[in-house]
Design a protein. Sequence first.
Length: 451
Amino acid sequence: MALFGTDGVRGLANGPLTADIALTLAQATAVVLGQGRIAEARKAAGKRLTAVVARDPRISGHFLSAAVEAGLASSGVDVLDAGTLPTPAAAFLIADIDADFGVMISASHNPAPDNGIKIFARGGVKLPDVVEQRIEEAMTGEKLRPTGADVGRVSRFSDAEDRYVIHLLASLPHRLDGIHVVLDCAHGAASGASPEAFSNAGAKVTVIGADPDGININDGVGSTHLDKLAAEVVRVGADVGIAHDGDADRCLAVDADGNVIDGDQIMAILAVAMKDRGRLAENTLVATVMSNLGLHVAMREQGITVRQTAVGDRYVLEDMNAGGYSLGGEQSGHVIMSDFATTGDGVLTGLHLVAEMARQKKTLAELASIMTVYPQKLVNVKDVDRTKTDDEHLQKAVRAVEAELGDTGRVLLRPSGTEQLVRVMVEAADEQSAHEYAHQLAEVVRERLAL
């Protein structure tokens, strides 16, 4: 089984993900990313390889980051320990100080017992699959074992958070004065940086979910649990609520009445604002196949092209990089603003969303009204052959539903990448139609693809 998944290495800390794995993975990373033309030129110039290491506040991050730093230092890499910071902050810092690579210890929105290791290349960009494969292969190969003065040093990156917050503030097109924001930091990595950034930008800030104790990350709070945020926004009479996940690469929002504003709606607001300011490259937004049909309709009305990718922020980012696009993301709240970040950044996204409220002097509900969210029904059909979704009878049933929906809906069949399961998603103009068509097609999937 491959070690790397869709977003680095992830698993139960001290289960599959041990200190030994972290140490060996770091050593292999030094072997693979310490090579190449730029790395060799640095060595020839007498410069030492440098890596940034950060983590989210879950308790296992202490021993895993220690193991990673030991593996890097034993391989001759100087380590700057940035402490607890969001994933996008680690990516930014790698580019900001021109480090050779970096490592983030986090399991994002997963519960506290899990953890993960994300590796970023020079410039703070995610690794392509082929490089991850080379690192995995290098774990069983010869390691770098310098001695004496050639071993790596580990030192504290003392101004890491300050650099990140200054970068966020410099990106803003407008201050946030007059806006009352409730921030839910998921007891995660943004518990320090997000309140600081919003306050310094001029917002009145109320904070929940910002008391991490190592085991409460994502526990009933954050972008996967919006009830508490919505209730707090209504209770204190705030204008908007912003929710992050454990490593703050996501942002979801709620309006003043506690209604959820998802990633598609956030992207719609930002896309139109960027187009108006001439900052939306090629007047194009990159989204995944799971984005709501309402996003496509709204963007078409605004003269904005929507490009579709497979599900996963890495595929969005690959398409953005290939086409030079400036905005993309997912319904889940991963939003990438490539003018300012190399990955999804929940704090950056939240700041720019609230900045539009301040700039246009509109409520979030008014801004979000640019997009009508079509009812969406998802049915997971288990114990079926996921490789046979091209079955002629099934495809005929799909075409029949698509014909009935016309321009008011769509159908998506998505095989799981890891288990014998097919996801049936239907969007329609009303809830009942979406529900009925989704279950109708799910029944056809069960009949035709049964194992």
